[in-house]
Ligand binder design. Structure first.
Ligand code: AMP
Ligand code: FE
Ligand code: FE
Ligand code: ZN
Length: 288
């Protein structure tokens, strides 16, 4: 059993990287990728524990990007570093994204304060670690009684249409793909069927557009995908010559019900060959 898409508390998961490695070993996983949002910190911190546990840790991350043209605005890309670790230039680029996030968070806290809410940057950062974001502000708002729950906090204060909204500069999807390729990573479209759940008709065109930008793979196996989604994505991957990946998108308690390796009520089984093929083609790319 393998799982190539999980989150630690370095982004929005509930388990520390070390605990995630422990849980993966206990669940009998042979290989695990920690793909934290916008950061390599989960992977970095899991390396030691994974080595000690004899767990095959795959270097990955998940990046939020903005698509220049419709049909969609937000696209999550997974980056898999299969042949070599992320180079310094890529890490520096991520550092710039973190800086802008911090700038946004500072402005967001100030905006919330002008709305009369007693919320500070420090309170959000205490929950957010490497990648503090709006979900952490939402939890602070809930804890302080300004909102019923997280969705309510977004409706009232944090959502794109709400009074407290401060945008951050997300990297463009095309630029992100280029950066990943230049860093030797495989750029993969995350949970494509979830992305197009409301409008399944746009999936084929979206993938065609992303392939032109250099996309290298599709996450065909995912705990939000029905068997027909996976079948359709495997077919699309084949017709475009794209790699295939898969994982649970495990977030621990932050996403109850989704289990490491097996997904939601056992709806996931990522074939071991998926990882073998990824590594084979990475090796071939490295030789060329
Ligand atoms: P940020 O990158 O800090 O701007 O936060 C983006 C994250 O906020 C997304 O990945 C979602 O998880 C979450 N989010 C955005 N809109 C909503 C919403 N309306 N309700 C709940 N969560 C949301
Ligand atoms: Fe997440
Ligand atoms: Fe995602
Ligand atoms: Zn994810």
């Amino acid at each position: 059993m393998i799982d190539l898409h999980t989150h630690s508390d370095q982004s929005d998961g509930s388990l520390s990287p070390a605990r995630l490695v422990e849980a993966a070993a206990a669940a009998g996983l042979e290989a695990l990728a920690i793909a934290d949002h916008d950061t390599l910190a989960g992977y970095d911190l899991a390396r030691g524990p994974a080595g000690a546990a004899g767990l095959d840790l795959v270097c990955a991350m998940e990046l939020g990007t903005t698509l220049a043209d419709p049909p969609l605005r937000h696209v999550h890309l997974l980056a898999y570093f299969l042949a070599a670790p992320p180079p310094a230039g890529f890490r520096a680029w991520l550092g710039g994204i973190h800086d802008d996030r911090r700038r946004r968070n500072r402005e967001l806290a100030a905006r919330l304060q002008t709305l009369g809410l007693d919320v500070t940057l420090e309170e959000a950062e205490a929950l957010g670690r490497s990648v503090t974001g709006r979900p952490h502000f939402a939890r602070v708002l809930v804890k302080k009684g300004y909102a019923r729950d997280v969705p309510d906090a977004f409706d009232k204060y944090l959502g794109n249409q709400a009074a407290g909204y401060v945008p951050r500069r997300e990297p463009a999807t095309g630029e992100a793909i280029e950066r990943m390729l230049a860093a030797g990573a495989l750029p993969v479209l995350a949970h494509p069927a979830r992305l197009t759940r409301e409008r399944p008709g746009i999936l084929g065109g979206l993938i065609a557009d992303l392939v032109k930008l250099g996309l290298g793979g599709l996450e065909a196996y995912h705990s939000d995908h029905a068997p027909e989604d996976t079948a359709r994505l495997l077919g699309l991957a084949q017709s475009y010559g794209l790699a295939v990946t898969g994982g649970s998108d495990f977030h621990g308690d932050a996403k109850p019900g989704v289990q490491l390796g097996t997904g939601l009520n056992g709806n996931l089984a990522v074939p071991r060959q998926v990882l073998d093929r990824l590594r084979d083609s990475a090796r071939q790319r490295a030789v060329r």
